[in-house]
Every structure is written in structure tokens, then in C-alpha cells.
Design a protein around this ligand. Structure first.
Ligand code: G6P
Length: 592
């Protein structure tokens, strides 16, 4: 969701900024723009451009200068030229790009309109350059004072027409700065700096920075200069090309076995659980919090942990957790699951419990993210950059980390023997054998009523599977527990209905067979996804069978979702949808 890029240096400014925007495309956007200072002129290009289109329309090549650029995911006002960033003030004194939401923009805007200031967009963001001009901001101190007037969330990169500087501010939305060869690079994700330098600064909440005359100066919101240490980008897992795949999503699904192996290698090498001592068990409750796919992995993770912890574990959607008055006390541990580590709802949930609970843990793919920086313990998932909006490999990776975590809690160690065993199981996963699209489409005739069913953890897999289908195929698909069919949804089952049933738990196969009978009695079609074909050999009611490899029952959840990830991908491609960038969705949802 929205991406910021900034550059100050001698190279061609437009080239650097567009290259950064390309790297930020994964976040999701519907318009883009760039503004570059060229002596006393400012070259501004913006509109509902994809980055490759922006590249075509930006004609200037400016050296020894500075500039700002942005990808916008519409929140306030539709996606059009006026609403895209950079925004500028009425007399074109200040130009700014912004991520986040300015909650008090309406009152600020009204005040400025009452002073006859003309606005040219419907956005909350435009209030930033307008206010900077109105307040006659001339230096970093006045910039800080003006930004302090904003409420909400922001990462801001701004410049003006009178000095040669970039002005940065950050609150609740990420912003990173790198310095190399007397040039300065700014981005919403340090992944942009990877080919330039591994060192970068993280701007923290309520911190400001001014980039000018070959130097960086950092300030807090009280005008005090601060010294900041650089962070080191771990580039081992940062490669992000499509390789020979036509989409990132297909590449990312095919990477699952490799990612799972990476996790085993990294966790064998370093004990990421070392700070989780018996003290962790000295709690009355564990709460797992996430959104979307991360929430689904939390649901399964809770079952792994529950099997060893013997205490109640609840799983909460971050956006729902923030409603009402959740009970927070120091006898509860919180686990935050987030691929990006930047999801606003999950961050807000973390901020709510922080310092009031026993401890906070993050299971995340991005170890430099806001969530990772703000919890007590980070459990990385080593999935490498996940570019496709719909999360796939990060989900399988989160499940493996949850599983390792639960095994670790048994004796507070993980033996080499255990790692070798899991490695052996992972070797059984062959993605090529899990593509079933062609045969499945012959069975599934009516997508308006596609149901995915399961019991216990298989129900959670069904939730994730149906989310994948909705996200990237724009088809309605619901998930429900097998036992709930008869409590309402059976009314929808007819000869036009397909039910895909996941059954991976030996103890529950007989219940699955009951559901199959209920559906078949209403002429619905049945697709069964199982690792235990034997248990269903007497059941003649199955229209199509997806056989899962025979992996350890604890790891089957990492595999049973894969045919659905592939099915959603192929259906999306058949419908001429770009699965990497589905409409209306963003990879990193940085607004509430
Ligand atoms: C967005 C993405 C989903 C993702 C969710 C949570 O909605 O489109 O794919 O599951 O955010 O993201 P997180 O980065 O916190 O796991």
C-alpha cells in the first residue's frame, strides 16, 4: 500500500526514483508520480500510471539534484491524476509524498480553505504541502512544528522550491534512509537499497530528518538533534526476480520446499527460541493476533501450541481485537503473525498490549519491520521477499515456525535428529504433483457456489484456501467446518454445487464421510483432498480425488493448502487476472 521513494545525489534522479518505485510495486497501487528539482524548475509527472508507463512519460534526466516519487493506493478520493502524489501547495512552494492517513485533515483543510487556499485534490495528503506553505516553513524546526500538527499516521518526504533539501518525517508508517558515495536514498522498504548499500537508517516514530549539502541530520519532535546507528540489511534472502516464472505468485508457490528447508537450516544454525524460557510457560493464556493469511496460520499455530502448552490459546483478527476493551494483563503472552510486519491493524494491536502483558513475540518474514522492531522476541520465517499480493510461501513458512516453536517448548531444545526428520518429510513435497487445475475445472462447473470444507485444522486450511480463491479469481468461495453444513449451508447444495473437502486427520475421516453423504444426497459434486486414500476406498461418492503426499501428520497442514494455492493461481490466469496484483488489494495494508 503506497510507496515512497526519495533521492538526493549526482546520478540521474528520475532513473533512481523509478527503479525504487518498481521495487515498491509489490505493495499495491493504482497511481504513481514523481517530482524532481531542476535548478529553479520542478518537473512533476503523475497520474494513474503503472510504473512502466510512468517510465515512458517521464522525459527528463536530471543530475545533481533531488526528487521524490510515490505509488498511491487510493483511500481518500478515487485513483486519478489530481489525487495521485506528489502533492503541492497552492503556490507550488512545497511538494510532498505521503503514506498513511491524516486523521485531522478535514479540520486543517477547512481552516486553509477559509483562508482562500485552493486545493486541487480530494486527498488527506494534500493538506501537508498546503500547511507547510501556509505556515511559511523555512527550515527543519518549522517543518517539525508543522508536522507535529498532524494527527494520524504518516511517512513524509517533501521538498520546496527555495532550498536544496529533502525533509522527512515518520509516524506509524515506515521510512528508511541510506547513504552511499555522498548520495542519499529514501524508501518505504530498505529492499530498494539492496544493490546500492547494505547499511541504512530506520526513521523511528516522531523522528525527522533533513538531507542537504551532502549530509543527513536527524531530529526528534522537540527539535533536538539525535545520533542514529545504521542497520545492516541481510541480503541473503532478498533476491526478488520472477526468474523463469510468468508470475511472482507461481514462483513463490514453487519456492515453498526451498523456504521450508531454509527455515530448518537457519533454526538449526541459530537458536531463535533461546529467549523463550520456561518463564514463557508461566502464563495463563496465549493470544495470537494477525490479519488475512497470517490470521489463518495463527489458527493452525494455536493448535500446535495448544498440544504442548495445556493453557488456553485464542486467535484474534487484529482489526477485531482493537474493538471493545480486550483484557490485557501480565499473565498473557501475545504472538503477532505478519508476513510484512507492517500491517497497521496488527501494529495497533501490538501497541495496545505492549508493556502491559508478559511478553510479545513476532512471527514475521521481515525482520527490520515495525512489528519486528517492537516485540520482545522475533521468530523469522526466512521466506524471502513475497511480492505477489496473495500470500503463499510465507503462510507455509509461518506454519513451520509455529510447529518448531511447539516442539521446542517440549524440552526447550531441538535436536539435530529432529531437524533431519523434518527435512526428510519436506523432501516428499513435490509441487509439480499438486497441480490439478485442468481436471478440477471439468468437475467444477458453477463457481457461484463453491464451498471448501474441513474439520479441525483442515477447516482453517479451508479458510485460507477460500481466501486465495476470492483474492485472485474474484469468485465467491466460502469455507465452513463439515459439521456446520447441516446448520444452514446445506440449503444451497444442489447439482450445481461443488464442495471440496479436506480430510487429513485419521480420527476424523468418518465424520468427513458423513459430510460427503449429506452433499451427495443433494446431488452436489465432491472433490476430496486427502493424504489417506485408503480410508476412503469404500466411498464411491467422490467425483475427484486430490492425493496429498504422505508426510508426517503434524506437517500435513503445510502441504494440504498447496493444491488450493495452485488452483487459485491457475483460475486467476485463465480469467486473465494478474494474480500478482489483484484489483482493490494491497500487499502491505498500512492503513486501519
Ligand atoms: C493484506 C494482504 C494479505 C495478507 C494480509 C496480512 O491483506 O493482501 O495477503 O495476508 O494483508 O498481511 P501481513 O503482512 O500482516 O501478513
Amino acid at each position: 500500500m503506497c510507496g515512497i521513494a526519495g533521492f538526493f545525489g549526482h546520478q540521474v534522479c528520475e532513473d533512481i526514483l523509478i527503479n525504487f518505485l518498481e521495487k515498491l510495486e509489490y505493495r499495491g497501487y493504482d497511481s504513481s508520480g514523481i517530482a524532481v528539482k531542476n535548478k529553479n524548475n520542478i518537473n512533476l509527472v503523475k497520474g494513474t500510471y503503472k510504473i512502466n508507463e510512468l517510465k515512458e512519460v517521464v522525459k527528463t534526466k536530471t543530475t545533481n539534484s533531488c526528487g521524490i516519487a510515490h505509488t498511491r493506493w487510493a483511500t481518500h478520493g478515487k485513483a486519478n491524476k489530481d489525487n495521485s502524489h506528489p502533492h503541492y501547495s497552492a503556490n507550488k512552494v512545497w511538494f510532498a509524498v505521503h503514506n498513511g492517513i491524516i486523521e485531522n485533515y478535514a479540520s486543517l483543510k477547512n481552516k486553509l480553505i477559509n483562508c482562500n487556499i485552493k486545493f486541487s485534490s480530494e486527498t488527506d495528503s494534500e493538506v501537508i504541502p498546503q500547511l507547510l506553505e501556509y505556515n511559511n516553513v523555512k527550515n527543519i524546526y518549522e517543518f517539525i512544528d508543522t508536522i507535529n500538527m498532524l494527527k494520524g499516521a504518516y511517512a513524509i518526504c517533501a521538498f520546496n522550491n527555495f532550498d536544496n533539501s529533502l525533509y522527512l518525517a515518520k509516524y506509524k508508517n515506515p521510512l528508511y534512509i541510506a547513504e552511499f558515495n555522498n548520495e542519499f536514498f529514501i524508501a518505504s522498504d530498505p529492499i530498494c537499497f539492496n544493490e546500492i548499500t547494505k547499511n541504512y537508517y530506520t526513521l523511528n516514530d516522531n523522528e525527522f530528518c533533513i538531507v542537504s549539502d551532502n549530509k543527513l541530520c536527524f531530529y526528534n519532535n522537540k527539535h533536538k538533534k539525535i545520533n542514529k546507528k545504521q542497520n545492516l540489511l541481510n541480503s541473503k534472502y532478498l533476491k526478488c526476480s520472477k526468474e523463469n516464472y510468468s508470475t511472482f505468485m507461481e514462483k513463490e508457490i514453487n519456492e515453498i520446499p526451498k523456504v521450508l528447508k531454509n527455515i530448518l537450516t537457519e533454526y538449526k544454525k541459530n537458536n531463535y527460541f533461546e529467549h523463550i524460557t520456561s518463564d514463557f510457560l508461566d502464563v495463563k493464556r496465549v493470544v495470537i493476533i494477525g490479519c488475512g493469511t497470517a490470521y489463518h496460520s495463527g489458527l493452525i499455530g494455536a493448535k500446535y501450541l495448544e498440544s504442548v502448552l495445556n493453557i488456553p490459546i485464542s486467535v484474534e483478527l487484529a482489526s477485531e481485537f482493537l474493538c471493545g476493551n480486550p483484557i490485557i494483563n501480565n499473565t498473557t503472552s501475545y504472538i503477532f503473525v505478519s508476513q510484512s510486519g507492517e500491517t497497521a491493524d496488527t501494529i495497533n494491536a501490538l501497541n495496545l498490549v505492549k508493556n502491559k502483558c508478559k511478553n510479545t513475540i513476532a512471527i514475521t518474514n521481515v525482520t527490520y519491520s515495525t512489528i519486528a522492531q517492537n516485540v520482545d522476541i522475533v521468530l523469522p520465517v526466512f521466506a524471502g521477499p513475497e511480492i505477489a499480493v496473495a500470500s503463499t510461501k510465507a503462510y507455509n513458512a509461518q506454519l513451520l515456525v509455529f510447529y518448531l516453536f511447539s516442539e521446542y517448548l517440549k524440552n526447550f531444545k531441538l535436536e539435530t535428529k529432529f531437524f533431519n526428520k523434518i527435512n526428510g518429510e519436506i523432501k516428499k513435497i513435490n509441487i509439480a504433483t499438486l497441480y490439478h487445475f485442468d481436471k478440477l475445472t471439468k468437475i467444477i462447473s458453477n463457481f457461484d457456489s463453491l464451498f471448501i470444507l474441513g474439520k479441525f485444522k483442515d477447516y482453517f486450511t479451508a479458510l485460507e484456501a477460500s481466501l486465495k480463491i476470492r483474492e485472485i479469481t474474484y469468485s465467491n468461495c466460502s469455507a465452513l467446518p463439515c459439521g456446520e453444513l447441516k446448520h444452514g449451508t446445506l440449503a444451497l447444495v444442489s447439482n450445481k454445487t461443488t464442495c471440496i473437502i479436506i480430510s487429513t486427520n485419521k480420527l476424523l475421516h468418518s465424520k468427513t464421510i458423513s459430510a460427503i453423504n449429506e452433499i451427495k444426497a443433494r446431488l452436489g459434486k465432491i472433490v476430496l483432498v486427502t493424504n489417506s486414500v485408503e480410508s476412503f476406498k469404500d466411498c464411491s461418492l467422490i467425483d475427484y480425488l486430490i492425493k496429498l503426499p504422505n508426510v508426517d501428520e503434524n506437517l500435513i497442514d503445510l502441504v494440504s493448502v498447496i493444491p488450493f494455492q495452485l488452483f487459485a493461481l491457475q483460475l486467476s490466469l485463465t480469467k486473465k487476472i494478474n494474480p500478482d496484483k489483484p484489483r482493490n488489494l494491497a500487499k502491505s495494508v498500512t492503513v486501519e
